[in-house]
Design a protein around this ligand. Structure first.
Ligand SMILES: *Cc1c(COP(=O)(O)O)cnc(C)c1O
Length: 457
C-alpha cells in the first residue's frame, strides 16, 4: 500500500465553488428558513436566540449560503471565529484527515502530538519571550475559568478584578466577571464571590481629555481602597473590549495597569478570546503597546471554526498547579487541534495580520465618512479588522440602541450579516473573515452605508 495516498472522501475545499458575491433569490429570511424557524421554536429552548433567523446550508470564504439559496456576506465571522474564512482549505483538510484517524482519546488518558504542537505554537505566538506553558480546553469561558484557577493557585490570593463593560462568558464564574445584566446575568445568581469590577478607559464616555494613565489611576485607586492589592490574584482585561462595545482604551491605560500589577504582585491576565489571532493587525492585541501578560486566554479564532480554547502563561505559574489540577474530558480534542494547526498555518502563510490592517482601513474610512454626515454616529473606533460605530441621539452621548437594531435589521434583509454589541446595545461591529475579498467587503459596506442613510435620515 502506498503511504502517500490522500485521505478518503472528496478533495478538501469542496465548497470552493461558492462565488464570493452577495445574491438574494428570496426575501430574507426565505420560506425554508421560516419553516425551520417554526420547528426550532417548538424544539429549541427560547433562551438560545439568534441574531437573524436564517438557516445556513453551506459557507465558504466570507459567503453564507442559506437554505433558500441566498448568498449573504458574513461580516461577523460567527463572532470572530472564522478569521481564516469559512471552510478554509487547510482547516477542512486537517479536520477530515484527523476525524478519519481518531476523534478522541482524552489527552488525560493517552496523549497525542497535535495537542503538544498547538501548545508550542501558542507559547511562541503569544506576547513575551519568556518560558511559557499552555493548557487546552473547549470554550472561551472555560479558558477564563482556568486563568482564574491558575492565578489563585499561584498567588494564594482570592480576589479577581475585571472591568466595567467586560464580557468573559456565561458559566457561573464568568457571569460574575461579565458586567452586563441583561441578557447575561439576569435571574441566574447567586454568582461566584470575590469578583470586583472597576471602570476601564472608554474615551468616548470618559471625561474630556482623560488620558490612559488617568483612567488607570482611577481604576487602581478603587482597587487599592475597596479590595486591597494584597488580596488580588489577578486583574483580568480584554485589551479591546468585545461584547462591551469594541472599547479601545486610551494609550497608556494598559501599560499603566500592567506596571501596577507587577509592583503589587497582582497577575496581569489578558482575555484575548475575541481580539486574538491577527484580528487587530497583530497576532494578539496586547502587542500594540508592548504588554506582556502573565496569563492569556484564547479561543474563538484559534480553532478555525472548531471549538478550542487555551490558557498560555508564564511557566512558573502554569507549572505550579499540581498534576491533575487542570484538564477536562474534551479539552484539546484532536480534531480541534488539527483544525487549529491548519488555521494558524493559514494565518501565517496568508499574513492575515497584515490583511486585517488593510481591511480595517477600508472599514474605518467608510464609517468615518458616514459619521461626517450623520450626527447619530457618536464614535467610530477599533483596531485592524475589529471596527465599530456607536449610535447616539444626535449631538449627545445618549445611547440609541433602537437605531443600531434598525440599521442591523436592514443590513440583514439586504443580505449582509452585521452584529451589534455594547453595554447599551447601541454599537454595530464589523468582524469580517480576514480572507474576505476587498470587492466583497466594499459591497457589504455599501449596504451598511445605505442602511445608515435610510435609518438615520
Ligand atoms: C466570546 C468571549 C468569551 C467567551 O467565549 P465562549 O467560547 O463563548 O465561552 C470570553 N471572553 C471574550 C472576550 C469573548 O469575546
Amino acid at each position: 500500500m502506498s503511504t502517500t495516498e490522500s485521505p478518503p472522501g472528496p478533495p478538501p475545499g469542496g465548497h470552493a465553488g461558492i462565488a464570493q458575491v452577495r445574491s438574494l433569490v428570496t426575501t430574507v429570511p426565505g420560506p425554508r428558513s421560516r419553516e425551520l424557524e417554526h420547528r426550532r421554536s417548538a424544539a429549541v429552548a427560547a433562551g438560545v436566540s439568534s441574531t437573524l433567523p436564517v438557516f445556513i446550508e453551506e459557507a465558504f470564504g466570507a459567503i453564507l449560503v442559506d437554505v433558500d439559496g441566498n448568498s449573504l456576506i458574513d461580516l461577523g465571522s460567527g463572532i470572530a471565529v472564522v478569521g481564516v474564512g469559512h471552510a478554509a482549505p487547510a482547516v477542512v483538510e486537517a479536520v477530515r484527515g484527523q476525524a478519519a484517524r481518531f476523534a478522541h482519546t482524552c489527552f488525560m488518558v493517552t496523549p497525542y502530538e497535535s495537542y503538544v504542537a498547538v501548545c508550542e505554537e501558542l507559547n511562541n505566538l503569544t506576547p513575551g519571550a519568556g518560558e511559557k506553558r499552555t493548557m487546552l480546553c473547549n470554550s472561551g469561558a472555560e479558558a477564563v475559568e482556568n486563568v482564574v484557577k491558575v492565578a489563585r493557585h499561584a498567588t494564594g490570593r482570592q480576589a479577581v478584578v475585571a472591568l466595567d463593560h467586560a464580557y468573559h462568558g456565561r458559566t457561573n464564574l464568568t457571569m460574575a466577571l461579565t458586567a452586563r445584566n441583561m441578557p447575561y446575568r439576569d435571574g441566574f445568581g447567586p454568582f461566584a464571590p470575590e469578583i470586583y469590577r472597576v471602570p476601564p478607559s472608554y474615551p468616548f464616555r470618559d471625561p474630556d481629555g482623560m488620558t490612559g494613565e488617568e483612567a488607570a489611576d482611577r481604576a487602581v485607586e478603587l482597587i487599592e481602597r475597596q479590595v486591597g492589592a494584597d488580596n488580588v490574584a489577578c486583574l483580568l482585561v480584554e485589551p479591546i473590549q468585545g461584547e462591551g462595545g469594541f472599547v479601545v482604551p486610551a494609550p497608556g491605560f494598559l501599560p499603566a495597569l500592567a506596571r501596577w500589577c507587577a509592583q503589587r504582585g497582582v497577575l496581569f491576565a489578558a482575555d484575548e478570546v475575541q481580539t486574538g489571532f491577527c484580528r487587530t493587525g497583530t497576532w494578539f492585541a496586547c502587542e500594540d503597546e508592548g504588554i506582556v501578560p502573565d496569563l492569556v486566554a484564547t479561543a474563538k479564532a484559534l480553532g478555525g471554526g472548531m471549538p478550542l480554547a487555551a490558557v498560555t502563561g508564564r511557566a512558573d505559574l502554569m507549572d505550579g498547579v499540581h498534576p491533575g489540577g487542570l484538564g477536562g474530558t474534551y479539552g484539546g480534542n484532536p480534531v480541534a487541534c488539527a483544525a487549529a494547526l491548519g488555521a494558524i498555518e493559514t494565518m501565517r502563510t496568508l499574513d492575515l495580520a497584515r490583511r486585517a490592517l488593510i481591511l480595517g482601513e477600508a472599514m474605518t474610512g467608510r464609517l468615518r465618512a458616514l459619521q461626517d454626515v450623520h450626527a447619530g454616529i457618536g464614535d467610530v473606533r477599533g483596531r485592524g479588522a475589529m471596527v465599530a460605530m456607536e449610535l447616539v441621539q444626535p449631538g449627545t452621548a445618549v445611547p440609541d440602541p433602537d437605531a443600531a437594531k434598525r440599521i442591523a435589521g436592514r443590513c440583514h434583509r439586504d443580505g449582509v450579516v452585521v452584529l451589534t454589541c455594547g453595554t447599551f446595545g447601541n454599537v454595530i461591529r464589523l468582524l469580517p473573515p480576514l480572507t474576505i475579498e476587498e470587492t466583497l467587503l466594499a459591497d457589504g459596506l455599501d449596504v451598511l452605508g445605505q442602511a445608515v442613510d435610510a435609518e438615520l435620515a
